[in-house]
Design a binder for this molecule. Sequence first.
Ligand SMILES: Cc1cc2nc3c(=O)[nH]c(=O)nc-3n(C[C@H](O)[C@H](O)[C@H](O)COP(=O)(O)OP(=O)(O)OC[C@H]3O[C@@H](n4cnc5c(N)ncnc54)[C@H](O)[C@@H]3O)c2cc1C
Length: 376
Amino acid sequence: MSTTDGSTALTAEKFAQDAHSWLEQNAQHAPRDYGAILPPELAEEGRAWQRRLFDAGFAGIAWPSEYGGRGLSPDHSSAWITECALAQVPPFLNMVGCVLTGGALLAFGTPRQQEDHLRPIITGERIWCQLFSEPDAGSDLASLATSAQRDGDDFVISGQKVWCSNGRVADWGILMARTDAEARHRGISFFLVDMASEGIETRPLRQMNGEAEFDEVFLSEVRVPGGNLLGPENEGWAVGMSALTNERGYIGAAGISLKRRLDSMLALGGSLDPIDRQTLVDLWIRGTALWAMGRRQGPVATVLGSLAKLGTTELMYDFAIFRAGLDGAAGLLQSDSNAALLTAPGARIAGGTSQIQRNIIGERLLGLPREPKPHS
Ligand SMILES: Cc1cc2nc3c(=O)[nH]c(=O)nc-3n(C[C@H](O)[C@H](O)[C@H](O)COP(=O)(O)OP(=O)(O)OC[C@H]3O[C@@H](n4cnc5c(N)ncnc54)[C@H](O)[C@@H]3O)c2cc1C
């Protein structure tokens, strides 16, 4: 197998063995395995972990070596994610930086933008957040109203974003804003925004599980240099959709850690009555089918990621309800099963709701008629 930096061939299997050995020696330095969303209180531990990964050559695995990456293949990246899932450690600092922003910069960035931003993502210097959703634009993202108006060489951005995971600890954000009020999809541009810019205010939002992992973000006349426009003006929709496809692909690929969860599900079986055992086996069969599909799909994000995202998050939701039910009244008290019960619904919404995934599967995979789009 060849690598983009021309180094000696390193198969994904050998790379996985190296990763496995390294993780055996270093997993104790990792923060707890927090999944796709970096909890704000783990930001510094997460940065230190990302720096350790970078120093050991386990960061930016499929990114070009001129930006600090390893120049290996998506299969190598996938092997790393699998090994991290087995070791129960985060594979990187946060998904928004390492998957969404990195992917968008590699696909649409100018050489200058790639030079400025890629390396600080994989060294852990810069945490990124995603500023897409608004109070009146979630599933229907093209309704977004945050405006970006040209002023000389700059853009001036004003509006409100919401559900911004780790916004308050982020150094930079990817933001979609309207640059043409007359158009819909074709009036949106994609920006790289320094979160320390004057005019940005973040306010934490508390979730029903007691955590406050995301924020409302208010932007009042925030001045952003024209050089921070990613992709052409008014063509930010394509950049955003590519970032969201990568997000779904990654959330689906987290199905790799499904295997571990399926094993722990089975461990419950011995103590259950026959009816609960039957429910557990049904969930386990669903999970095993998903796991097999994930393995067949491979590491590259495509529209198939919607199938995996839908399947995994719905399974985890059903399992959380089942697991808390087994605890009876105690499932209502503070406990692991209660925390899972209160967290699982969010996963069905983040990265595009289950209904939206079903629309994508229906329209783009099955070729069913498109749903009516009254605005387009
Ligand atoms: C844990 C978590 C983290 C998040 N992190 C971020 C983040 O970092 N950055 C960010 O920008 N956003 C983030 N979000 C926001 C997320 O992307 C949105 O919540 C999501 O896209 C849904 O938008 P909405 O909440 O406005 O719901 P709405 O779009 O208003 O949807 C309400 C309901 O209507 C249904 N619905 C809407 N349209 C259709 C349709 N066409 N067909 C069928 N049903 C439909 C939806 O499925 C849902 O059940 C996060 C959300 C969560 C839960």
